[in-house]
Ligand binder design. Sequence first.
Ligand SMILES: O=P(O)(O)OC[C@H]1O[C@H](OP(=O)(O)OP(=O)(O)O)[C@H](O)[C@@H]1O
Length: 175
Amino acid sequence: MSTEPKPPATANPYRDEIVISWPELHRDARYLSHVLHQLGEWKGIIAITRGGLVPAALVARELDIRLIDTVCVVSYGAAEGGGAEQRQGELRWLKTVSGDGAGWLLIDDLVDTGRTAKAVRETLPKAHFAALYAKPLGRPVVDTFVKEFKQEKWIYFPWDIDYQFVSPIKSRRGK
Ligand SMILES: O=P(O)(O)OC[C@H]1O[C@H](OP(=O)(O)OP(=O)(O)O)[C@H](O)[C@@H]1O
């Protein structure tokens, strides 16, 4: 019998959120690059679109990697708005790469339930999977990551957010 943790059964398992700033993401990508550099030479990077594109560019700069490819996978059936329901849809492939991934870095921003990472690993079993952030359900699927967040934490990446006015705490209703 499998002892693997199961995804939460509720429709929206995210009870908390965190906003990652550009400087924090950049710092974390530099740290990831340091770790990956220690592991040896890489043939190239395969970014998992779309979230893996920015960290892949930052790692490529640090490790002087010019050969960059993509695997393109989409969660269908998701509601609009970038919320937790994005984790529910069916996975569909738009593009993959040939070979078994040996010597290549697979890069994504986040391993959440691990569903995307598992699907990508099945097609490229010998690639090294690196992500900036991981949650407990996804952690077993990733080889290298920088920070772990609770499963219930929804992560807003810098490209998801904007600067805007926020009312002082004391003036807010329902405080
Ligand atoms: O571990 P999982 O539960 O599969 O979640 C992680 C995946 O979800 C995000 O992509 P998303 O589906 O939001 O698509 P996008 O990167 O194109 O916005 C993220 O970039 C990972 O690829």
